[in-house]
Design a protein around this ligand. Sequence first.
Ligand code: ATP
Length: 417
Amino acid sequence: MLADILSTGDELRSGAILDHNSAHIAQKLEDAAIEVNRHICVGDDVDGIVSVLTDIGNSSDVAVVTGGLGPTADDVTAFSAARAAGVELILDNAALASMQNFFKARNLPLTPANKKQALLPEGAELLPNPVGTAPGFLLKIGRCRCFFLPGVPSEMRHMLAEEVLPRIEKFQGKTREFSTGKDIVTFGLTESATDEKLAHFTEKYPDIKLGLRVVFPEIHIKLYARSKDKNYLSRTLENAAEWIFQKFGKRVVSSDGSSMEAVVGDILRREKATLAVAESCTGGLISHRLTNIPGSSDYFLFSAVTYSNDAKINLLGVSSSLLDQHGAVHVETAKMMAQGVRQVSGATYGLATTGVAGPGGGTAEKPVGTVCIGVAGPEGSISRRHFFSFENRSMNKQIFATAALDLLRRELLKKSN
Ligand code: ATP
């Protein structure tokens, strides 16, 4: 089943507001295994709307149209729909009665302009709108069943769920398909290297749509499949996901879209372990990301932004001779920071970063993009040095933070496996 989405209104056409409605509708239709063919946007213009609706009537099975059902002169959708279907606008008594009730309940007068909203194209089926004044309607134009909904997002969402999707399911009858998807989050390869690794995926799993989305610095591998056979669908998707897990190994962070910090938090909670963080170059970003996760107080104890050498020495107990000998950006410093913050806080694990986020401060030995990460835990301490070639300070901070959480994740997995 093929669908089009049409949003109407000058504010949308001119870019004054963003078309969130169409994105929401597209997601819900795709979830219901309906293929969204096009998103179209037209201003408050009768000829423009009639022309698009006529085209939709020739090419799609269903359409969801939003906006322009209000009481004002620029609300021209019902009139345009009637013209595209070659019918007249007639007063719908049920629509009028429901509006009268709506206004009466709020002690407001029903104006002639509001009455205009009860004029629906002949042959249209009324779609009640219990959360607003503008009723929606369903009208066949050409071969396409077109659902007309108000533009107000809360009203549109309510009616899409209550009135549109159940009807579409009925239209599908025995031809109904199911859809399923997976959002596999990976970290550690570039987008092109990820793409290369997936080179033979489509030959192996031709029924599954594959997409890559960069949520810097993670890469999400999206799998999407549609079929009438629900069991076949879930089997194929599981097999395909397994193929990806084999190819990417520990680079797979999660298979349900969960972020690195959420995954680290889940493992800590499962292990009944706690964490403290000492951050230099990441300036608190790791702690910020960890504490963005609801319930992180279960495992997150303490954080220190130890930016200066003095702070590293006085708060974390990093040795001044070590700093004199190697400097702040060094694997041994990172290790001592992690040990220090673990000791100060009494946490099960200590995690630390020290690096050069740039744009200045780089040297030949420690160029911008260098980060040293330390993890201290019950089994001892480790540290790693990485180099990331981003010129941009905030990108460096993000990738340093993710790399640090990733090192901790891998250490936790070693223990829990
Ligand atoms: P109303 O009777 O409330 O005016 P309507 O069907 O005429 O309903 P519009 O006037 O087109 O709806 O839109 C009402 C408001 O809803 C817009 O001013 C805008 O803020 C929001 N809106 C409309 N369409 C969209 C859209 N596609 N995405 C996001 N917001 C939208």
